[in-house]
Each structure stands twice: as structure tokens, then as C-alpha cells.
Design a protein. Structure first.
Length: 246
């Protein structure tokens, strides 16, 4: 149990520190990367995943409840070598990921503290912590997150079983292409912890001019990725069966 907590907390914190950090660099006023745009952000998140998978290798580097739930739905016997699939381990993975994400967001805030203090745009501040849609329609936004997460988890499960076994670079490249191709409508959370943990941090941290944490939308980047991960896990079971009957 300690192995799961240690690696998933540190790994997910690394993911969010670097991922939220690149968004802060691109969006907050007065930074060196201000105005860097979607390409900077997309590649930054990809490299953040690359780094986080290395940090969290000991737990399989799930760093994402959708991956954990995808493995559960696939009928896997282990979440990582030596870590059995049990209810207690499932909860430990997910809680550790959310806690790690909140810690990573707080560290990103500390790194950019003076820029946050001077930022007057609540939307820019919230965008560092959590995702938001370009066109708000809860059903369609949920579907977008479902599809994007399905692709991520399906590739991981089919090619490597866990991100650590697939390898940091392939996982990072999948995240980059998802961001560039499917990230336009919602900002591609593709990870419930990635959105929920930092949104909690946004609500709690003493940030001037931060405005609302947009809790009315917060369930979308949780439900969509959860459903996408579960469907990917089911697909991993179904695909060999379809091949056998073809």
C-alpha cells in the first residue's frame, strides 16, 4: 500500500507541477513564455507525462484514475508487478492521484506566486489549474472527454498494460497527439485527478482575483474520463473475442 501512495502521489504531483507550470508560463502576465499558445502547452503537457511516468514507475505510473479503472475493467490481475487488483488498492490509487494532483498544483502556484498575485484575469488563473470548454454543452463536453480518454487508455492497455510498461516516451506522444487533435473543445483533461485535484487547490489557495472555481462544470472532466477508461478496459476484453469469431 505504501508503494502505491509514494509513487502515485509523487508521480501525479510531478505531472501537475510541470503541466500546470507550462500553462502558467503561457497564460499569466509577465512570464517569459507569455503568449506561447497551444503548441507550447500541448508539448509541455506531453513532457510532463514523460517525466511523471519515470517518477511513478514503482506503481506502474498510472497517475490517472482512468488508467486504474481501465485496468480494473479489463480484468487484469495486477495493477503493477506485485500489486494485486483489489478494492483497497483501487481506492488507494485514486485517492493518491487526487492528493498528488492537488500538491502539484500548489507547487506550481508557489513557483509563479508573484505572477498570480499580479494577474487580474480570473479565467487565466483558473485555466492554470483546471480545464474548461470553448463551447459549454455538458453532454457534448463529456463525450469529447470520453473519446479522448478512451484513446489514451486503450493504447496503454493494448501496448503496455500500464504506462510504465508501455514506456514514458510512447505515453507522452499519445498525450501530445490527443491534445493537438481532440483537445480543442474542452482542453483535454483525460484524467479525473488532473482536473479535480488542482480545482480543489484553486478553491483553497489565497490567490487574488481568482474568481469562481467553476464547480458547475467540474463533474465533466471527471465523468468523461472515467467512462472513457472503463470503456477502454472493456474493449481490451472484447477485441480478442471479436478476433476469435471473425
Amino acid at each position: 500500500m505504501e508503494t502505491i501512495v509514494l509513487f502515485e502521489v509523487f508521480g501525479t504531483a510531478t505531472l501537475i507541477l510541470l503541466g500546470a507550470g507550462v500553462v502558467a508560463n503561457a497564460l499569466l502576465s509577465g512570464t517569459k513564455g507569455n503568449g506561447g499558445g497551444i503548441v507550447l502547452i500541448t508539448f509541455g503537457w506531453g513532457f510532463a507525462v514523460f517525466s511523471a511516468v519515470y517518477v511513478a514507475y514503482g506503481s506502474g505510473a498510472h497517475i490517472n484514475p482512468a488508467v486504474t479503472l481501465g485496468l480494473l475493467a479489463s480484468g487484469a490481475e495486477e495493477y503493477a508487478p506485485g500489486i494485486e487488483v483489489t478494492a483497497a488498492h483501487t481506492v488507494t490509487y485514486i485517492v493518491s492521484q487526487i492528493v498528488g494532483a492537488a500538491i502539484g498544483a500548489a507547487l506550481a502556484w508557489l513557483a509563479y506566486k508573484k505572477h498570480f498575485d499580479e494577474e487580474t484575469d480570473p479565467g487565466a488563473i483558473l485555466s492554470v489549474f483546471s480545464t474548461g470548454p470553448e463551447r459549454r454543452h455538458y453532454g457534448w463536453n463529456t463525450l469529447t472527454e470520453l473519446i479522448a480518454t478512451y484513446v489514451l487508455v486503450l493504447v496503454i492497455l493494448l501496448e503496455g498494460e500500464t504506462p510504465a510498461e508501455l514506456g514514458p516516451l510512447p505515453v507522452a506522444l499519445v498525450v501530445v497527439v490527443i491534445g493537438m487533435s481532440l483537445g480543442g473543445p474542452t482542453g483535454y483533461a483525460i484524467n479525473p485527478a488532473r482536473d479535480l485535484g488542482p480545482r480543489i487547490a484553486h478553491a483553497l489557495l489565497p490567490i487574488p482575483n481568482k474568481g469562481s472555481s467553476d464547480w458547475s462544470y467540474s463533474w465533466v472532466p471527471v465523468l468523461g474520463p472515467v467512462l472513457g477508461g472503463l470503456l477502454a478496459g472493456v474493449s481490451v476484453v472484447a477485441l480478442p473475442l471479436l478476433g476469435a469469431t471473425a
